[in-house]
Design a protein around this ligand. Structure first.
Ligand code: ZN
Length: 398
């Protein structure tokens, strides 16, 4: 399966994957999924939102155990983020058959569309639509960098954009959803475990900080006379790092826009985007309030005005405790497995609001993700498949 997927959407220059929703690379990934389903004699279907399903057993029977992930990528993404969950799901079905166990609940492998949001700017579009967390009208109007709407892109890929929308009937068939994913951090590596169980997805949000000063000549304006928003911005970045460290949270200014953006001009405006995440919503609110306060204090000193706008916020996702504990028991009978939170969003985080949901993580020795350097060792991938098969057998066959 890895060999077949290896070349799809891979940029020969960067070595990274560019599998964006409703592009030819995405279509190739979808064709691969369908072929995997049909090769195994699984009943293949796409739902109204373009998510792909491969069923073992009666899809209409209800109480299904569903596993899978996504096949799309970020720009120059790695090979494992998403595909590891889909490949492992098919491999786990093979493993169940090799064990000669018979599911008494329907099983399905799923590929959720447009998880990364690389093309239209919103993550988890396929699962959001299905779970009723994104209105069909809003989704259809999403635009890519070339101004192409999601509706038009879907149509060109052979799907009907008028059909998209909440799909409660499909969700009602699912008794449990388990997403296996490469870990996007080093917790398992530091712990020395190949596989772990997710406890929660940290709450996270994005805030835009506008620092407004006064444009002026870099060669003639005395230091005392400047209103330089770059200084305030720099102090705010440092404050964010300090706040995150003392609170055990994460705070990142990863994107910045400067006006007029001239080498020999003091900036008039620096706009910086803060991404912050923490274990709980109170801590996150405290961290962001602290960063905002530092920005205002430095702004007052620098003669720079500061405006902060919250652009998005995703509350904490606690995975269903009984399902999480069941997974930990099923795969940790001999050696207890780590149960760990993550700061990254997933389709499982969207589904968790509608169906009992859990996640398995597979060790990533460097922790690097969303990069061609993302990696999981073959033995660890195999351990992930065994763990997933144990989970599916425990949930669906006993
Ligand atoms: Zn992913």
């Amino acid at each position: 399966m890895w060999r077949e997927l290896a070349a799809v959407g891979r940029d020969s220059g960067s070595g990274g994957y560019r599998r964006y929703a409703w592009t030819p690379a995405d279509t190739d990934c979808r064709a691969w999924f369908r072929a995997q389903a049909e090769d195994r004699g699984l009943a293949y279907e796409t739902d109204r939102n373009g998510n792909q399903w491969a069923w073992l057993g009666d899809s209409a029977a209800g109480d299904a155990v569903v596993t899978g992930s996504h096949l799309d990528s970020v720009p120059d993404g790695g090979a494992f983020d998403g595909p590891l969950g889909v490949v492992s799901a098919f491999a786990a079905v093979d493993e169940l058959r090799a064990r000669d166990v018979r599911p008494h609940r329907p099983l399905a492998v799923v590929n959720f569309g447009d998880e990364e949001g690389a093309r239209f700017g919103l993550a988890c579009v396929g699962s959001r639509l299905t779970a009723g967390r994104l209105a069909a009208r809003d989704a259809r109007e999403l635009r890519d960098a070339d101004g192409v709407t999601l509706a038009h892109a879907m149509e060109r890929a052979g799907y009907d954009p008028d059909a998209i929308g909440a799909d409660p009937e499909r969700l009602a068939r699912i008794g449990a959803f388990v997403e296996l994913h490469v870990e996007q951090g080093r917790a398992l590596d530091l712990d020395g475990h190949p596989v772990g169980v997710a406890s929660a997805i940290w709450p996270h949000g994005r805030w835009r900080f506008d620092f407004r000063g006064q444009a002026n000549h870099a060669g003639t304006t005395r230091l005392e006379d400047r209103h330089d928003p770059m200084l305030t911005y720099a102090e705010t970045v440092l404050a964010a790092r300090a706040r995150a460290r003392t609170s055990g949270a994460l705070a990142t200014f990863g994107k910045v826009a400067v006006e007029p953006n001239g080498v020999n001009a003091i900036a008039s405006l620096v706009r910086g985007w803060l991404d912050s995440r923490a274990a709980d919503e109170d801590t996150l609110a405290e961290v962001v309030a602290g960063i905002e306060q530092a920005a205002r204090e430095h702004g007052a000193r620098d003669g720079v005005s500061v405006e902060v706008v919250r652009e998005s916020f995703t509350p904490v996702v606690e995975f269903a405790h009984d399902l999480r504990d069941r997974l930990a028991a099923l795969i940790g009978a001999d050696t207890p497995v780590p149960v760990l939170p993550t700061g990254a969003g997933h389709d499982a985080g969207i589904l968790a609001s509608a169906v009992p949901t859990a996640m398995l993580f597979v060790r990533n020795p460097t922790g690097v993700s969303h990069s061609p350097a993302e990696f999981a060792a073959e033995d660890d991938c195999a351990a992930g498949v065994t763990a997933l098969a144990d989970v599916l057998e425990g949930l669906a066959c006993r």
